[in-house]
Design a protein around this ligand. Structure first.
Ligand code: MN
Length: 236
């Protein structure tokens, strides 16, 4: 179709399977919310007072996306590679400066996600006031299940979220513990960005984050949304 003569093949469109559909969900951006469960904020040494705080965000490149069930190499540059189990909100309609009351109309569906993190690099950056990219936005760090269309689920405001490593409990929480809930996040993020179909929002992780090693198998679950799996391979 295109007459443009590219030097090499342009990057692919990254996408995810959709439950109950042959169509795939194409990814535009990946937003991640920091410190959105009180107990996790405390375990990271940065408690949150919602009365005075606002949510904050970082991003991962679409090229970091990995589908559930994959095996990923233990990443370069870290000795403290962590899991963070998260509910992912998949945006399916455009919105800018939307209200909390209208936020639901932007939701296409949900997924279970892992915000994999080079914790040592993230914390060095945090302490030095530098960007988090080396700790967060690295290859194969955004793991995601199939997208479950919102259907009759509505705005998820409760439900178990948990993670196991080799079958042993790592994280347990509930979506009711989100500091900023889904409408609040969509409304707030849309003050800064024109949200578009294909934008994913990783909504933050409950307490119990921890390190994994080569050979570990991560499984996780979000009530009403589904499961996620990831195997940690050998270092490259
Ligand atoms: Mn996270």
């Amino acid at each position: 179709m295109s007459d443009i003569n590219y030097l090499w093949n342009p990057p692919p469109v990254y996408s995810l399977p959709v439950h109950g559909s042959d169509a795939r969900y194409p990814i535009k951006r990946i937003f991640c919310v920091g410190r959105n469960y009180h107990a996790h904020a405390v375990e990271m040494g940065r408690p949150v007072d919602k009365a005075t705080a606002r949510p904050f965000y970082f991003t991962k490149s679409p090229s970091t996306l990995v589908e559930s069930g994959a095996t990923v190499p233990y990443p370069a540059g870290t000795t403290n590679y962590h899991y963070e189990m998260e509910l992912v909100v998949a945006i399916g309609a455009s919105g800018f400066r939307v209200t909390e009351a209208n936020a639901q109309h932007l939701i296409y569906g949900y997924a279970a996600g892992l915000d994999m993190t080079r914790r040592d690099l993230q914390l060095v950056a945090r302490e030095q006031g530098r960007p988090w990219d080396l700790g967060k936005d690295f290859e194969k760090s955004a793991v995601c299940s199939e997208i479950v269309p919102i259907g009759n689920l509505g705005v998820l405001n409760s439900g178990a979220i948990n993670l196991q490593v080799n079958g042993e409990t790592g994280q347990t929480g509930d979506l009711s513990q989100l500091i900023w809930n889904i409408p609040e996040l969509i409304a707030d993020l849309s003050q800064f960005y024109h949200l578009e179909p294909g934008d994913l929002i990783y909504t933050g992780t409950p307490e119990g984050v921890g390190a994994v090693r080569s050979g570990d198998k991560i499984t996780g679950y979000v009530d009403k949304v589904g499961a996620i799996m990831l195997t940690i391979g050998q270092p490259e």
